[in-house]
Design a binder for this molecule. Structure first.
Ligand code: NAD
Length: 373
């Protein structure tokens, strides 16, 4: 398919920028999906794509997802994403990331980047040398560092909302939560859950992690293949995507699914199926927005305390999603999309009329420029 046809097929993107620098070996694409609510924010993924079409489809899809995530999170941010085509294991150089940084800079803050799959905060230091429009940079550079504890704290809030809605309880005391995946997000989540008095079971394919966390809190370890269908109140996927699929869905024994992993539904129809089964699904991109909230706080001038405080908003955001789902008789993943779309229309129109489309929500951009010097 032709490039322009592909772009038009994958949603109404405001801008798609192709970046090419021969000396630096840079081939990258920046997609800006929507800036109605604020500058488009989204990480830079470096991946050895099989072809350019695959890279383009990925960046179009991911940037659109960021628009929805930021909007449903209640943030003044739009959606964007970048992909660098290349092998992250062998093709990273200072020149590559600095060349990429000059492209980000040329967009003058319409797109703000961050690390993502295949890139690290250290790669972002090179980008930061060429542009202030980078976030999620190391603490030593005045940034917010690792977002995972904030993602985990937001996920805890998501679990609390799901428990309130499904079980009618304000407390997690005695609530059985099965956590799949004990990486950056899952390990912090387990700490928070144990502190709340939840009865936690854990699974990870990495037995060193399961042993360490089980010993730390005295928790039962389940087989990684069995945890998804184990009997529990809350299933918290914190590893891979597509865990709710044709093979698992009929065997689920949970009351609600609320976890930090991205793209938990193999296909959208599985959201409707969960609803029919009476299992409450807390939409993943609403639950795992804590990391994005953390970088948003970085744009405003960072404080860890404020970032943790901000992640508590995940609770209200989810209650809003559940309300739309009940009132309009639609599955919760559709309700999350509606919430996001309505905010883009309502607040986007308001900003257009009163502040102009390019109004920046932050004191920030000035602050970012200052920080870079
Ligand atoms: P991570 O790589 O640190 O952890 C993932 C863990 O899952 C690893 O310990 C891995 O061994 C385990 N795992 C892999 N396959 C498994 C299986 N079949 N069964 C059980 N465990 C398995 O990643 P992370 O940063 O903790 O992110 C986890 C999920 O949350 C991902 O889907 C990610 O996209 C999403 N997410 C993360 C953040 C963040 O701030 N890190 C933000 C938003 C969303």
């Amino acid at each position: 398919m032709l490039t322009f046809e592909l772009i038009e097929k994958h949603g109404e993107h405001e801008e798609v920028i192709f970046c090419h620098n021969k000396e630096a070996g840079l081939k990258a694409i920046i997609a800006i999906h929507n800036t109605s609510l604020g500058p488009a924010l989204g990480g830079t993924r470096m991946w050895n794509y099989n072809n350019e079409e695959e890279a383009l489809v990925d960046v179009l899809r991911l940037s659109k997802g960021m628009t929805y995530k930021a909007s449903a999170a209640g943030l003044n941010l739009g959606g964007g994403k970048a992909v660098i085509i290349g092998d992250p294991k062998s093709q990273k150089t200072e020149a590559l990331f600095r060349a990429f940084g000059t492209y980000v800079n040329s967009l003058q803050g319409k797109y703000i980047t961050a690390e993502d799959v295949g890139t690290t905060v250290h790669d972002m230091e090179y980008v930061f040398m060429e542009t202030p429009y980078v976030t999620g940079i190391p603490v030593a550079f005045g940034g917010s560092g690792d977002p995972s504890p904030y993602t985990a704290h937001g996920t805890l809030m998501g679990i609390k909302a799901a428990v309130k809605e499904k079980l009618g309880s304000d407390s997690l005391k005695g609530v059985r939560v099965a956590v799949q995946g004990l990486g950056n997000v899952g390990s912090h989540l387990v700490d928070f859950l144990v502190k709340e008095g939840a009865l936690v079971t854990i699974a990870d394919i990495d037995t060193i992690k399961t042993k360490r966390i089980s010993e730390k809190h005295g928790l039962e370890i389940l087989d990684p293949d069995k945890i998804i269908t184990s009997e529990c109140d809350v299933l918290a996927p914190c590893a891979l995507g597509a865990v709710i699929n044709d093979n698992t869905i009929g065997n689920l024994k949970c009351q609600t699914v609320a976890g930090g992993a991205n793209n938990q539904l193999a296909e959208p129809r599985h959201g409707e199926q969960l609803m029919e089964l009476g299992i409450l699904y807390a939409p993943d991109y609403v639950v795992n927005a804590g990391g994005l909230m953390n970088v948003f706080v970085e744009l405003e001038g960072y404080s860890s305390e404020r970032a943790f405080e901000k992640t508590t908003q995940v609770f209200d955001n989810l209650m809003h999603v559940f309300k739309i789902s009940k009132e309009e008789g639609i599955a919760t993943h559709r309700a999350a999309d509606r919430l996001a779309e309505r905010r883009i229309t309502q607040i986007g129109d308001l900003r257009k009329h009163h502040h102009g489309r390019t109004a920046r929500p932050f004191s920030t951009l000035k602050e970012m420029t200052r920080r870079q010097k």
